[in-house]
Design a protein around this ligand. Structure first.
Ligand code: ME8
Length: 511
């Protein structure tokens, strides 16, 4: 039986249109899911939409729509975005679905039965934009006398009856969990933030609201709706069919990794494992948080009018180009800046020049000088062996980088081999060998074709369409595109289709 791997994206609020921040986390999860499939895993990749809560209710009212009609519309837009980003998700969950409401109610009942939930009253600060409660000492006063959350979100004073989750009782067990599972929170800098937050003491968490209606009713007390984060986090469990142990996807729990943005780490690394442990359910294995993108050096915001629509980006630069840029430009956990100049440079230098030209030069010479057939493998020289070994090491290197979500380092490893291959082709100069030593020319082109096959194989998760084209041109059949298949050389003499460029250069449109 194949080993299982379960990866998730955050479920996105349907209060507005998708932007590049959403596309980014989703593409990273897709790369991971595709890589694991290529590496022989049975993968479950989940994404979806977060549709309850005050923020969404407010957005629906502003749009003049009934909340359900509103969320149907915006959720469909997120689903379209997922498809346009090339996501290979196996399910798309919506928190307004019946299957999810049932699971939330069941989780609630278990928490209640175990004495983890009690009725009280909440009085304190709430930021609708973050859907989060804040302590007084977390807020900053602004010159106009209002206060804001650390995220910059305005807060309001809330006073209402509320159920509470006994989070305060979980401090030691959470700390013990972080200690026993150092890989649970990534990157490490964020892990330290969570640790110091939890060491500072935890208060019981308000987990229901009574001042609005757009949520999942609390079982047995429908005057309350569940706090949207309890509802939202549970999506990861719903999709596995929990609590049915015989559900087809039951064995995927606990999730291998939740990919999230740094803004929502507290919910995933503190509340979520506490809810689960309190209900007697295993916590996820890892929460890996990504940094934020700025645009041309500025924070993305509606008021600045610089919010980038991911589908527009794809229309301008191409899907694989955008996916590559996202994964290459910055470390996953760090912040980074998206700019036109940086995109064009990655596309023209690394894709069109380094990789595109390498493939084109190799394949064009095979087409022209080797009768369009894959040349036979020959006894390798030291230089041949150096390149072939470097290429053969890529799957293991990539596997390790994927475990840690250091996508940019994985790509850097691949580009080291691409640059080595470009150095090799220049030094070996197969075009000059055509007359003097055609056997050696063929051997050199075969080394290059084999190196390209390894390169294109490990790059498939990042750029699925382009690498499928490249593997077609290298004569690699569909069933020989996994990491394991790299151990078996392609047969000599396979007929190759006429080569066509895979990565066009980006040319500025005429003004
Ligand atoms: O927080 N750069 O949903 P959300 C990079 N519904 N990533 C960004 C980003 C930026 N500028 N802006 C947003 C929610 N993101 C909840 C999640 S999960 C159970 C519930 C990404 O629509 C980042 O991954 O506000 C962030 O965590 C996510 O979008 C938040 O999306």
């Amino acid at each position: 039986m194949k080993p299982k791997f379960y990866v998730t994206t955050p479920i996105y609020y349907v209060n507005g249109a998708p932007h590049i921040g959403h596309a980014y986390t989703s593409i990273a999860a897709d790369v991971l899911a595709r890589f694991k499939r290529l590496d022989g895993y049975d993968v479950f990749f989940l994404t979806g939409t977060d549709e309850h809560g005050q923020k969404v209710e407010k957005a629906a009212a502003e749009a003049g729509l009934d909340p359900q009609a509103f969320v149907d519309k915006v959720s469909a837009d997120f689903r379209d975005m997922a498809a346009k980003m090339g996501l290979s998700n196996d399910d798309f969950i919506r928190t307004t679905e019946e299957r999810h409401k049932r699971v939330c109610a069941e989780l609630w009942r278990r928490l209640e039965q175990r004495g983890e939930i009690y009725l009280g009253a909440y009085e304190g600060w709430y930021a609708v934009r973050d859907e989060a409660f804040y302590d007084e000492d977390e807020l900053t006063a602004r010159p106009d006398g209002t206060r804001v959350a650390p995220s910059g979100a305005p807060v309001e004073w809330v006073r209402e009856p509320s159920y509470f989750f006994r989070l305060s009782q979980w401090q030691d067990r959470l700390l013990a969990h972080y200690e026993a599972h150092p890989e649970f929170i990534a990157p490490n800098s964020r892990r330290n933030e969570v640790l110091s937050f939890v060491r500072g003491g935890l208060r019981d968490l308000s987990v229901s609201r009574t001042s609005f209606r757009w949520g999942i009713p609390v079982p047995g007390d429908p005057a309350h709706v569940m706090y949207v984060w309890l509802d939202a986090l549970t999506n990861y469990l719903t999709a596995t069919g929990w609590p049915d142990e015989h559900a087809p996807r039951a064995a995927f729990w606990p999730a291998d990794v939740h990919l999230i943005g740094k803004d929502i780490l507290r919910f995933h690394a503190i509340y979520w494992p506490a809810f689960l442990m309190a209900a007697g359910v295993a916590p996820p294995k890892r929460v890996s948080s990504n940094g934020w993108w700025t645009v041309e050096g500025e924070k993305m915001s509606k008021s600045l009018g610089n919010v980038i629509e991911p589908r527009a980006l794809v229309a301008t630069y191409g899907l694989d180009q955008v996916r590559y840029f996202f994964m290459r430009e910055k470390p996953f956990g760090a912040d980074g800046s998206m700019s036109h100049a940086a995109l064009v440079s990655r596309i023209n230098v690394e894709l069109a020049n380094d990789l595109g030209n390498l493939a084109q030069r190799t394949l064009a010479q095979i087409a022209r000088n080797c009768d369009a057939r894959l040349p036979a493998r020959a006894g390798p020289t030291a230089e041949d062996a150096a390149l072939l070994d470097a290429a053969a090491a890529l799957p293991a290197l990539m596997r390790e980088r994927m475990e840690r979500q250091t996508f940019h380092e994985g790509l850097e490893e691949v580009w080291k081999v691409i640059r080595a291959a470009n150095g090799y082709i220049d030094r070996q100069a197969p075009w000059a060998l055509r007359k003097t030593d055609p056997a050696r020319m063929a051997a050199v082109l075969r080394v290059l074709a084999d190196a390209l096959r390894s390169i294109a194989t490990v790059l498939q998760p990042f750029m699925p369409d382009s690498m499928a084209k490249m593997l077609d041109q290298l004569g690699v059949p569909a069933e020989a595109r996994s990491l394991a298949a790299l151990a078996v050389p392609l047969p000599d003499g396979v007929a190759l289709p006429p080569p066509v460029g895979v990565f066009p250069r980006y040319v500025e449109p005429a003004a």
